[in-house]
Design a protein around this ligand. Structure first.
Ligand code: ADP
Ligand code: GN1
Ligand code: MG
Length: 377
């Protein structure tokens, strides 16, 4: 582990550094929870090293985050909310006043206030959690609708361009740099059979039927903190990919990560399927906070987005396997293949349940009124 104390000293954290340990199960950044003694109490902060192989322009990324977190906090403050630094991520500036610190190796570090009495989950356990997590992501989209100023920077260009993701898969298969394509023939075939879906949302956007808005773009379950007591989705985190996007990208990734109770890399595929009660919970949770801002087409495309985005992440895992596991963190051999298989199983299950999924969205879309979370307890 790197010298966290040295990093910690570069930030304007009041108190004495005690210890730090790796934290969370994100696939991209290096995250540490650090303890400090502060005025006789023990408090925690998050120190995070941005993965600059993934994010090529950390300064623009941090600029996006400064703008969005300020905007969210300003809204909470003006509404009289007493918990602004628990309900919106709060950066702690570096001692030189910058939002981040660049170490001598060129790594970019940032520090956040630790959100206490809340947790992230890697899998949903009940419908209330699914409802609350989706509601929080919907609220996040809604609160950023009036973000003023210039367009946010695309921290990863074409991040949800499924056609570009598909083309990257083809290139990786052609290069087959690690001679791995022979191990995943079925998965490659599965992907090729579905090439026809990859342009759908892009075309709807180009045709002006779906608007570009500010979206989170990485709305997996473990990017929202749920309150320990109430399960309320109190804070959306992991803001590196907050940038212009489609509302459907966010809904699709919620469906991918909040409907199955199996891990993302489950090896027993018989345990993997999207639960329809969970799907209904996320649909209602999401629409309860943002439904009044969505167009008819956006709502109509929600069932499709569930399988498209699940497919897209599946082909990203497959591509990474072919390229030697260089993008997503892996902890064992073939983990990216297992992740792919889980996503593809979910895609297939969404296809098989298309009627049910469509009915759920249609019914929830007609109501569009905020639904009390009590219904999901
Ligand atoms: P990655 O991009 O690698 O996924 P995240 O920003 O999602 O990194 O952080 C990884 C994990 O660290 C999260 O899933 C969450 O459990 C934890 N975490 C991140 N920020 C905070 C915070 N401000 N307070 C408490 N926990 C946090
Ligand atoms: C990554 O950073 P994390 O673990 O929240 C990835 C997402 C994928 C997800 C798959 C910047 O999310 O796009 O959907 O893994 N983030 C980035 O679990 O690529
Ligand atoms: Mg994350």
């Amino acid at each position: 582990m790197c010298d966290l104390k040295m990093i910690a000293e570069r930030f304007d954290v009041r108190g004495d550094f005690l210890s730090a340990e790796p934290y969370g199960s994100g696939h991209i950044n290096d995250t540490y929870a650090a303890w400090y003694r502060q005025g006789g109490r023990l408090v925690r902060y998050i120190h995070q090293r941005i993965n600059h192989a993934v994010f090529k322009d950390p300064d623009s990324l941090m600029d996006n985050i400064v703008r969005t977190t300020r905007h969210l906090q300003h809204k909470l403050r003006t509404s009289g909310d007493p918990e602004t630094t628990r309900k919106a991520l709060a950066l702690v500036p570096a001692i030189d006043g910058n939002s981040c610190y660049r170490d001598e190796k060129g790594n970019t570090w940032r520090t956040y206030i630790f959100i206490e009495n809340a947790r992230t989950l890697d899998q949903v356990l009940n419908v209330k959690q699914a409802y609350e997590a989706a509601r929080a992501f919907g609220r996040f989209q809604k609160e950023l609708r009036d973000l003023s100023g210039r367009r946010l920077v695309e921290t990863i260009p074409n991040f949800h361009n499924t056609r570009a993701r598909f083309n990257a898969l083809i290139s990786a298969i052609e290069a087959d740099a690690f001679n791995r394509a022979c191990n995943i023939k079925q998965e490659i075939e599965f992907a090729f059979q579905r090439e026809g879906i990859v342009d759908t949302l892009i075309k709807l956007q180009q045709g002006g039927q779906i608007p570009e808005i500010v979206t989170h773009n990485d709305t997996k379950l473990n990017n929202v903190m749920l309150d320990d007591e109430t399960s309320e989705g109190i804070c959306v985190i992991d803001l590196d990919t907050v940038m212009p996007g489609l509302s459907l990208y966010d809904f699709g990734d919620m469906a991918r990560t909040m409907t199955s109770t199996a891990p993302e890399d489950e090896r027993d595929l018989s345990r993997v399927h999207p639960r329809m009660d969970m799907f209904e919970a996320i649909t209602r949770g999401y629409l309860s906070s943002v439904g009044d801002l969505l167009t008819k087409t956006e709502i109509e495309q929600m069932p499709f987005a569930a399988r498209l985005i699940t497919f897209e992440i599946g082909i990203r895992f497959l591509t990474d396997y072919l390229e030697g596991d260089i993008y997503f963190k892996t902890h064992r051999d073939c983990q990216n293949v297992d992740r792919t298989r889980v996503q593809f199983k979910l895609v297939q299950s969404f296809e098989e349940r298309e009627d049910v999924v469509t009915k759920i969205v249609a019914a929830a879309g007609q109501q569009r009124d905020p639904v009390s979370s009590e219904n999901w307890g």
